[in-house]
Design a protein. Structure first.
Length: 397
C-alpha cells in the first residue's frame, strides 16, 4: 500500500509535472524517505541524524503546533538529504545574484581621475586580441587527419576546429568593431552597445554566447578557458591524437563520445546502438603513458556533492567547505549494453555547467547534459541522489 501511495504521489501527483528523468529520479528518492513503514511503526524514527525532524505522536491539536514551533526557523540541508555544504552553495548563489543586481545599477560614467569606461573597454579588447591565436587551418588539418573508416576521431577533430573557428572569428571581429565604435569610426550598433555593457561588468557578451559552448564563467575566466581549449586542439593537430583527452575542452562533447563508440563498433563489427560505456577510474590524475587498446582515456571532470576516495577507489562524503573534487583519469570502455553491470554503482549525470539544465538542440542532444557515468559506491544510490551528486566538465569561476 505504501508503494502504491509513493507511485501515486511521485509519478502522478507531482511527477506528472516533472519532465526531466533526473529530476523525477530525485523526486521519487525524496518521497521514498518518507513513505516507509518505519514512519508508522517506529515511534522513535527520525528523518535526519539531528533528530529534529520526525512524525509527531498522535495527540491534541496543540501538541502539533508545539512541534511545529520547535522546528528550526532555517531548515538544515539534512532534512532534504543534502550535505551541509549545500548551505554554502545556496549562500554563494544568493550573493552572486545580489552583486549582479548591484552591478546593473552602477553608473557608467567615470568620476575623478580614473579611466573612463571607453578607455577600460579599449584596453581590455586590445588585451584579448593580443592573446587570441589565429584560426585553425582546416584544410591543412584535413590533409593530416583525413576522413577514414578506421579512425572516427579525425572527423571529430575537424568538426571541433570548425566550431572553434566560428567562435573565435566572432570574438575577434566584435572586438575590432567595438574598438572602432569607441573611436567613432563605425556606428555603435545595439549589439555592440550590449557587448560594451557586458564587458564593463565582466560578463560574456551575448553575441559571443550565441556562438559559444555553454559556460557560466565571468569574462576573464571565460577567455582563459577558451585559450586553454584552443591550445588543447592545437596540440592535437601538431602532436597527434593525445593519450588522454581533455573532456572539458570539447565544444560538442557528444560527437567525441560517438566517435569513441564508433571506432569500437567498426573494429569488432558490432552495431553502434548496441553499445554503451563502462567506466574505470584510474590512479593517474591527468596523464597516461599510452592509449588504451579499446575506448579512450579522459580527464577534466569535477564531482559536486561528494568526493572520489583515492584509497578506496569509490565515492565518499564531501569534506566540510569543500564543494568540488577532481576526478582522476577515466577509462571509457565501450561494451555491449547486455553485458553492462550497474550493481554497486551510482548513475551520476554529467553536465557541462553547474546550471544542470539545458535545451534540446537540433541534433536531439541537450545543450548541457552529456551522459550518465557509473561510479562505484558502498552506499545505496538513493543516498547520492538525495545529495544531488553530479559530475561537471567545468566550474563557474
Amino acid at each position: 500500500q505504501l508503494y502504491q501511495r509513493r507511485v501515486r504521489a511521485g509519478e502522478c501527483n507531482y511527477g506528472g509535472r516533472v519532465t526531466d528523468d533526473k529530476d523525477r529520479r530525485l523526486l521519487m528518492s525524496i518521497i521514498g524517505r518518507f513513505y516507509i513503514p518505519e514512519v508508522v511503526d517506529n515511534d522513535q524514527f527520525r528523518f535526519s541524524p539531528s533528530g529534529d525532524y520526525y512524525a509527531p505522536m498522535d495527540g491534541p491539536y496543540e501538541s502539533y503546533l508545539e512541534y511545529i514551533r520547535s522546528l528550526p526557523l532555517i531548515p538544515n540541508p539534512e532534512v532534504f538529504g543534502l550535505h551541509e555544504n549545500a548551505d554554502i552553495t545556496k549562500d554563494q548563489q544568493e550573493t552572486n545574484n545580489l552583486f549582479t543586481s548591484v552591478l546593473i545599477t552602477l553608473p557608467r560614467q567615470a568620476s575623478g581621475e580614473g579611466k573612463s569606461p571607453q578607455e577600460v573597454i579599449t584596453a581590455l579588447s586590445n588585451d584579448i586580441l593580443s592573446k587570441l591565436p589565429n584560426n585553425f587551418n582546416e584544410e591543412k588539418a584535413l590533409k593530416k587527419y583525413p576522413v577514414v573508416y578506421e579512425e572516427s576521431m579525425n572527423t571529430v577533430l575537424i568538426q571541433e576546429l570548425t566550431r572553434f573557428n566560428n567562435l573565435t572569428s566572432v570574438v575577434r571581429q566584435s572586438l575590432v568593431d567595438i574598438i572602432k565604435a569607441i573611436k567613432g569610426l563605425v556606428v555603435m550598433s545595439a549589439d555592440l552597445e550590449a557587448m560594451f555593457q557586458s564587458m564593463l561588468v565582466g560578463k560574456v557578451p551575448e553575441m559571443w554566447a550565441a556562438k559559444s559552448y555553454p559556460s557560466l564563467k565571468p569574462l576573464g575566466s571565460y577567455i582563459i578557458d577558451l585559450l586553454a581549449r584552443l591550445n588543447f586542439f592545437q596540440n592535437w593537430v601538431t602532436k597527434g591524437i593525445p593519450n588522454v583527452f581533455w573532456l572539458s575542452g570539447f565544444y560538442f562533447t557528444q560527437s567525441f563520445l560517438t566517435g569513441a563508440t564508433q571506432n569500437f563498433a567498426r573494429k569488432y563489427k558490432i552495431p553502434i546502438d548496441h553499445l554503451t560505456f563502462q567506466f574505470e577510474i584510474m590512479a593517474a590524475e591527468d596523464s597516461m603513458e599510452c592509449k588504451p587498446d579499446d575506448g579512450v582515456y579522459v580527464h577534466g571532470l569535477f564531482i559536486e556533492g561528494a568526493i572520489w576516495d583515492r584509497e578506496k577507489m569509490q565515492m565518499g562524503e564531501a569534506a566540510p567547505k569543500i564543494l568540488y573534487d577532481t576526478i582522476p583519469v577515466i577509462w571509457l570502455k565501450p561494451v555491449e549494453k547486455k553485458n553492462l553491470s550497474k550493481e554497486g554503482k551510482y548513475e551520476a549525470p554529467v553536465y557541462k555547467t553547474s546550471e544542470r539544465r539545458g535545451t534540446l538542440s537540433t541534433t536531439g542532444h541537450s545543450t548541457n547534459f552529456v551522459m550518465i557515468m557509473l561510479l562505484g559506491t558502498d552506499q545505496p544510490p538513493e543516498h547520492w541522489v538525495n545529495r544531488g551528486v553530479a559530475l561537471l566538465t567545468q566550474l563557474d569561476d
